[in-house]
Design a protein around this ligand. Structure first.
Ligand code: PBG
Length: 326
């Protein structure tokens, strides 16, 4: 048989495959999410996120030092306050848990790591919504954005290099940019959770931050519907126009089409969030011996990069870096 085109020629040896590989993964691709909880002395494991913990103020500093030594360029902090209220006021309290953690991490690593802060109030509200709830039970967009601006300033004052608004309120990026600029924080960047879907894959995260949405509610009135792609492009375009420095698609592996399409339309960095449920599924299957966890992790994170993400927020960051540095 005469076959002239034989793509398999380029798969014959490991060196050949390495030479023609289109996608690479390095420690530079990762941002490690970190949870820090008020009033604990020891890290507390999160059962639905095996290997991930709620940090104390001391252990979070140790962890950022380890992350720096692993050559990972960034972390994103989430806070679990001791006290929650209807407005989520601990989110902008200068002594709030994330602000204190940012100050300490900033003292420990300075500019060696990009210190990002998730900017939302759901971890801080007693009803678990990402915004203020009005008398009719609806999330009030514009009143919420004002609270986000307060939180952005508190995070910037505490040393955040980047704030990452994740609440999916309209106009949040523009308002936060104006608030930061108005206070002299022109160098603090914004990573916008621009296309964030109302996903069933955030379950373990809500265990991690102790959030339950009141009355069995959900976030479908502000986060996106998984059926839509064009809507994501519109959301991203708005965030870019409002001044986002980087935008994010979330979750990641079930939304590779969104990542690929966004990459084609964007001239600024694109992030993807490999979320808690994606991590938990991988870990559960690997723990049962049903898949090779390490190989699957490379394949999935590699697919997210191949689709077009410039960097990935992932709970796998530290273990992947340990493997890559080996
Ligand atoms: C909201 C926020 C969420 C996540 C990141 N920021 C939860 C939500 O929207 O309900 C989820 C991250 C994950 O699942 O890993 N502050």
């Amino acid at each position: 048989m005469t076959v002239s085109n034989r793509p398999r020629r380029l798969r014959t040896t490991a060196a050949m495959r390495r030479l023609v590989a289109e996608t690479a993964i390095s420690t530079d691709d990762f941002v490690a999410p970190l949870f820090v909880r008020e009033r604990i002395d020891e890290p507390v494991p999160i059962p639905s996120l095996p290997g991930v913990v709620q940090h104390s103020l001391d252990s979070v500093v140790a962890e950022v030092l380890r992350i720096r030594s692993l050559d990972i360029p960034g972390v994103i902090l989430f806070g679990i306050p001791a006290r929650k209220d209807s407005e989520g006021s601990e989110a902008w309290n200068p002594d709030g848990i994330v602000q204190r953690a940012l100050e300490q991490c900033s003292d420990a690593v300075g500019d060696d790591l990009v210190l990002m802060a998730d900017l939302c109030i759901d971890e801080y509200t007693d009803h678990g919504h990402c915004g203020i709830v009005d008398e009719r039970g609806r999330v009030d967009n514009d009143a919420t954005v004002e609270l986000y601006c307060r939180a952005a300033l508190a995070q910037a004052r505490a040393g955040a290099h980047t704030v990452a608004p994740s609440g999916m309120m309209d106009g949040q990026v523009g308002a936060i940019r104006a608030a930061l600029d108005g206070d002299g924080f022109t160098d603090v960047s914004i990573l916008a959770y621009a296309a964030k879907y109302a996903s069933a894959l955030y379950g373990p995260f809500r265990d991690a931050v102790d959030v339950e949405i009141a009355d069995g509610g959900d976030r479908k009135s502000y986060q996106q519907d998984w059926r839509n792609c064009r809507e994501a492009m519109a959301e991203i375009a708005l965030d870019v126009a409002e001044g986002a420095d980087m935008v994010m698609v979330k979750p990641a592996s079930a939304y590779l089409d969104i990542i690929a399409k966004a990459r084609g339309e964007l001239q600024i960095p694109l992030a993807a969030y490999h979320v808690s449920g994606e991590y938990a599924m991988l870990k559960a299957a690997a723990a049962n011996g049903w898949i090779d966890g390490e190989a699957a992790a490379f394949e999935i994170l590699g697919a997210i990069k191949r689709a077009g993400a410039d960097f990935i927020l992932t709970y796998l960051a530290v273990e992947m870096a340990e493997i890559l540095n080996d």
